[in-house]
Design a binder for this molecule. Sequence first.
Ligand SMILES: Cc1ncc(COP(=O)(O)O)c(C=O)c1O
Length: 375
Amino acid sequence: MDKHKTIPMIDLPRLHSKYAAKLDDAISEVLDSGSYIGGNALTAFQDRLSTFLNTKVFGVGNGTDALQIALMALNIGPGDEVIVPAFTYAASAEVIALLGATAVWCDVCTETFNLKPSSVELALSSKTKAIIAVHLYGQLADIEAVEKTAVGIPIVEDTAQAFGAKFKSGKYQGKFAGSVGVFGAFSFFPTKPLGALGDGGGIACNDQVLYNKALSIARHGQKEKYVHDIVGVNSRLDTIQAAILNVKLDYFERELIRKAEIKELYYSGLNNLENVSLPTECDFSTHVWHQFTIKVYQNNRDKLRTYLENKGVSSMVYYPIILPDQRAYGSMIERTSLSNSRALSAQVLSLPIDPSMSNNDVQFICKSINEYFAK
Ligand SMILES: Cc1ncc(COP(=O)(O)O)c(C=O)c1O
C-alpha cells in the first residue's frame, strides 16, 4: 500500500514546538506569580484582545459558556425562541435548550455553509428573542443581511470557529468577527484559530450595560464580592491559559498566512474534479481557514474518507447529523425547509489545514484524492 505517514487534522505539539520556549516562560511566570485565578496575565490578555478586536472582551471558561452567558444576559428563557442554524456544532443550540427556550432552526447556504437570511426570515415569529449567527469553518455569516431581515432582534455571534475573520465590505467593513453583534462568543479550544492548551473562551460586547451584566453572570451574579443580584454561573478563563493565549496571539497572523498558502495548494491540486467542489470565499468576509471543507458528491464522501484513512490521511466530517435530526433536539421547531443542511451533512469533508504541515503533505493529500477519483 502506498502508505505515506499519518497526516493528522492538526499537529498541535509540532505547531507549538516553534515557540515552546516562550510558552514555557509564560507558564513559569504564572507559576511564580502565585495568581492562578485572575491576575496580571489575565488582565494583559483581556486588554490585548480588546485592542485587537476593537471591542470590550472578557475571558470565560469556554465557548459554550460564552454563548450561554450571552443568552442569560438577554434574559432568554422558557417561552422564548432563538433562531440557530441546523448545520452547526451542538453547543450553538445546546445553550438555548439549557435555558428552557426553544431553538428554531434555519437553513444554511450551500456555498458558504453559513445561515441563509431568507431562511431566518421564515423562522421568525413574535416569540423570537435572539438569533445565533454561527461563523462556520472560518468565514463570516452575513450579519448585515440578517439584521435587515430580522430588524431589532439581537444577534449573538458564535465566533468559535472564526476568530480573526474580518468584514471586507458593507456596513461593518474592517470589523472583526464577534465585534458587531450584541454579543460575540469566542472559543479558545486548542484546535480553534486562536487556541489555548486547554479550555478557554471569551465574550465581546460593545454595550456597557449588557457587558456588565454578562460579566456579573459569569461571576455568580455578583457585581460586588458576596453580593448576588442575579443567579449566575462560575465561568473564568484560567490565568495560565490567558498567559498561553497571549503568546499565541503573537503567532496568529503568520499562522493565517500559512493556512492561506495551504488553501492555495489545495485549490491547485484539486481543480477539475467532477465530484468535488472546493470551498468558496465570500466577497464580504476574509477567511481564517479554520477548516478546509470540500463537498463530495454521488455518495463518495465516506468512501473517499476511508480511502484517505488507508493512506494515512486524516479527515473529518463536521457535521454528519444535523441538529434537528439529533434525539436531544428533536422537540425544537422546524419552521422552514432545511434541505441544504441535510444535503451538506452527507457531502462535507474537512481536510487537514494545519499551519505546521508541509507542502509535501498537502500535495500528497491532493494526489490521493485525485487517485481515488481516477480509479
Ligand atoms: C460553532 C461552535 N460553537 C461553539 C463551540 C463551543 O466551544 P467550546 O468547546 O469552547 O465550549 C464550538 C466548539 O467546538 C463550535 O465549533
